[in-house]
Design a binder for this molecule. Sequence first.
Ligand code: F6P
Length: 318
Amino acid sequence: MKKIAVLTSGGDAPGMNPAIRAIVRRGIFQGMEIFGVRLGFEGLVRGDYFSMDLGSVGDIIHRGGTMLRSARCPQFREEESQQEALRQLRAAGIEGLIVIGGDGSFQGAAQLTKRGFPTIGIPGTIDNDIRGTEYTIGFDTAVNTVVEAIDKIRDTASSHERTYVIEVMGRDAGDIALWSGLCVGAESILIPEAPYDVEDVIARIDHGNRRGKRHSIIVVAEGVCSGMEIAKSLEARAGLETRVTVLGHLQRGGSPTAYDRMIASKMGAQAVDLLLEGEKEGMIGIQSGKLVHVSFDPTNKRQGLDLSVYHLARSLSI
Ligand code: F6P
């Protein structure tokens, strides 16, 4: 295999740039020509590629976002778009593709492999919610961003003796909420993977107040409900003075942490090597801390969230 392409798709995640860098540099090291696809599957359908050299990925290892730009592309679910993308790829002499993205992006990638085009996925999303891997690039950076933000909010929470409800991203997954909640010592962490009860949240706040605590932090995953909803219940049922912060898209940006750069570099290089070895489908994942090659099989299990961390957090915030 001599010519391969790389694209980033779905929500951007810190670490996508180091992954692109690793793909380009490893590919060139292996004697290949690498093409960058602009704007994810949209660019794939339009044939919007450019040849990448060593210098084209210089000075990006520390940058958030993606130099290739990204898009969500619902139109790629249609066979017509998939066939057009394949026609463009073959016309350009490109023999393999690496897709950096989340679940939706891998559904697109799986369609290409089904039609015989070698495609390897690299899990890149802050949500940490991709089946078949316990880690996705961007998660560590996002958690660190959330922790830093909540540490600041905590200063105000304690100065004003308030309860703060912080809503974090994660789509249907509670990983960001769980990790950041434990790391800031939140009184309650509400995640979609565990049932919650507002009375329990109130009881935990009361318990803290009785032993002299002057503020409380409640972290809510967006997959549970909005932070505003929780705040309204706390005010209505317990008369608590509450403030809500929705951290929003600031969780997606920023310079990738060392951990994300490391995993992105390893996964990027591995994806190139797999294509060279003749692998035709599947993604790189991490299982039991090791890099693995797993198929795009939609029946793969989610491995990210570890409920024992939830119980640990509850036992430490008493
Ligand atoms: O998948 C990443 C993510 O940031 C989710 O956590 C969030 O629900 C969603 O994307 C937001 O998407 P958009 O940027 O399209 O609003």
